[in-house]
Design a protein around this ligand. Sequence first.
Ligand code: ZN
Length: 214
Amino acid sequence: MSFTYDDCYKIKELHDLENLLDQYPDFKITLFPVGAALLSIEEKDNGIWKRFVEKGHEIGYHTFDHINLGVMSPLGVLEDFDKWSGALTQVLGNPYPTHFVRPPYDIISTPMNILCVERGLVSTLFSIGGGGQVDIVMNAIRKGKNGDIVQMHVRNTPESQDIDTSVQAFAYLKSIGIGAATLSHLYNDLLLEQNQSAGCDLETGESLTRICIE
Ligand SMILES: [Zn+2]
């Protein structure tokens, strides 16, 4: 499963998450910080983003200031991505190959699609979503399967809930033999699966990676 953490406004929760992940060295997550948080969190803990990346976690684009990409011009979206990307380069000290965009408010839009084409990104939502009350999210995770994408938040309200859920969820997943992987890992597995699948699914249009002729 892929655990994704949007917004990333709060340093304490990020530290709690980092400490939790240190207890599960095989579990990797994807963070979707806004650009403003990349800079403000870095000011409070120099090197925090670099540590996450060096430990094998992934970072994706969630806009610079949590804007709805759907109301922006395509040029405005490209500029916002480049501004966000610049902030990420600044805190990591190196350019970073961003692969995914999680649009704020989960709004898929034409300007966002243009961004994906122009900057080679893949948009991603989730199959277990939103975070929130611990017992409700845990119920959803218990029904989850390999390949599910879980959306969590690191933001001001309510206090630490999604980190508390992560504590329970990681222990539960480990006990049933399911791991946590980055979105890139999950996505590459999906492409590999399509590429290696036997035969053709005629009339499904899924012939990009295979020769499908009747
Ligand atoms: Zn968000």
